[in-house]
Design a protein around this ligand. Structure first.
Ligand code: ATP
Ligand code: MG
Length: 462
């Protein structure tokens, strides 16, 4: 195990908690990655300190956040955050008693899960898979494995902890997590882990759409999107996550397009570039939108008063989003980007060769994203080649314009920073003058004398 890949921040958090008398270990994905010789992307700490106690240890450098349960974020600047979770327990039978902290709904789904566990063993049993329940004490350099996680790591197997039916009923998201880890690590699922998924997959529809949005991002945006797609398809879960694409799943053209786009995203991730959710949804659901537009146009043609293109586009967008939003709550800003990219597919196509309008179109902020999307489509829809050729010089112009804008903004930022620094320097000079005054003040002199006397009385004076 390559311990040099451990982050200093994670080490500090564990050490500080242990020095304050608490138990603290690293657990979860980071240990899995370390065992595989990979650099972990984030670190999770598990402790017997309550969130309030953790917050006290790290005071203003930490904050308690409460999503499904309370956890503490210890902040080390930028996005370097260490997540600290209090040991939890899974051993009590679920109750619906309003005084209980561990509440489950009618389906056995956990709504709140805030029972603190007393031991690391209890904590390990409430985790999802054995490979996610290996603990490391980085100070003692000791690994703890109570569920055969190391064995499963060695055999490249994902095995759910406890009774699969109960664990999936408690939290259906564990089903897509199992598939995600299989895609991410190229591990296989044990039979007992995979078999119940076929029966229970519809429980995913009961998960909040906000949480599902996050889970879908994790599946597709972090380097294993194509493998995620393939395994979700194999389990017939892809059509639960994106109900609109059901009719397209045996269309080879659609599949080629998705495969190519997801592979590009995976390559971007490997190159440390960020993948954006709007791109994923734009790719995944474009065919649905496009078919809606086509069908509405056909209907409109046979009407006495044909519907305008704008109206058709609006109806088509609404139809796609009303279905998808029920599953994954797409934030407004993300939805706006998807809609702009799609609208512009029609706009760019209809205005190919239109020199009057083109000057206005290419100056829009979304133009390049829309053009990129069209270029991607053109690989699979050859009739778009002519449009791509027409818009390419505008793309270059738009890029030059954006570079110029960026340069200007950077310069303005530098200027502001410089001004801020000179102001601060002035302030510091004034302050250091004041400090000098303060240091030599009568009160300070008395303090120093008292300190010297105390050190002498304790025989500390040399
Ligand atoms: P990744 O590398 O994708 O972050 P991870 O294993 O670290 O993978 P997280 O979602 O960060 O995944 O969760 C951290 C740990 O918390 C997991 O390794 C697992 O032990 C536990 N965990 C997370 N989600 C669940 C869940 N739904 N049920 C049970 N345990 C969970
Ligand atoms: Mg993690």
């Amino acid at each position: 195990m390559e311990l040099s890949l451990l982050s200093k921040a994670a080490m500090n958090v564990v050490r500080k908690l242990q020095d304050s008398g608490f138990k603290a270990y690293l657990v979860g994905g980071c240990i899995r990655d370390l065992l595989l010789g990979k650099r972990p992307k984030d670190f999770d700490v598990s402790t017997d300190a309550t969130p309030e106690q953790v917050h006290k240890v790290f005071s203003s450098n930490s904050r308690i956040i409460g999503r499904r349960f309370k956890i503490v974020h210890v902040l080390f600047g930028g996005d370097n955050i260490i997540e600290v979770t209090t040991f939890r327990s899974n051993s009590e039978p679920p109750k619906t008693n309003k005084y209980s902290n561990r509440v489950s709904g009618d389906s056995g789904m956990l709504i709140r899960d805030n029972v603190y566990g007393k031991s690391i063993v209890q904590d390990s049993l409430r985790r999802d898979f054995t490979i996610n329940a290996i603990y490391l004490d980085p100070v003692k350099k000791e690994l703890y494995d109570f569920n055969g996680g190391l064995y499963d790591m060695l055999h490249e197997t994902i095995d759910i902890i406890g009774d699969p039916l109960v664990r999936y009923a408690e939290d259906p998201v564990r089903m897509i997590r199992a598939l995600r880890f299989s895609a991410k690590l190229s591990f296989r699922l044990s039979k007992r882990t995979s078999a119940p998924i076929h029966e229970l997959k519809n429980n995913l529809l009961a998960v909040s759409n906000a949480r599902m949005f996050e889970e879908v991002n994790k599946l597709f945006l972090s380097g294993h999107g194509l493998d995620s797609f393939n395994i979700l398809k194999e389990y017939h879960i892809i059509e639960l996550l994106f109900p609109g694409i059901k009719d397209f799943l045996d269309n080879q053209n659609y599949l080629n397009f998705i495969e190519y786009a997801l592979k590009s995203s995976d390559i971007r991730y490997a190159e440390n570039k960020r993948n954006m959710p709007h791109f994923l949804y734009a790719v995944m659901l474009f065919s649905v939108f496009n078919r809606n537009v086509f069908e509405l146009r056909m209907t409109s043609r046979s009407m006495i008063n044909p519907v305008s293109t704008d109206e058709i586009v609006k109806l088509s967008l609404d139809s796609v989003f009303s279905v998808q939003d029920k599953i994954t709550a797409i934030p407004m800003a993300v939805a706006d980007n998807i809609k702009s990219i799609w609208r512009n597919q029609i706009n760019l196509l209809e205005n190919t060769g239109n020199l009057e309008k083109s000057d206005k179109i290419y100056q829009k902020l979304i133009f390049r994203a829309a053009f990129d999307f069209m270029t991607l489509r053109a690989r699979f829809e050859p009739f778009l080649a002519q449009s791509v050729a027409f818009w390419t010089p505008y793309y270059e112009k738009s890029k030059a314009l954006a570079d110029k804008r960026k340069k200007l903004l950077d310069e303005q930022k530098q200027e502001r920073l410089k001004r801020k620094l000179t102001k601060k320097k002035g302030k510091d000079q004034k302050k250091s003058g004041k400090e000098f005054e303060r240091v030599t003040s009568e009160e300070r002199k008395k303090q120093l004398e008292r300190a010297r006397a105390w050190r002498k009385s304790m025989n500390l004076e040399v």
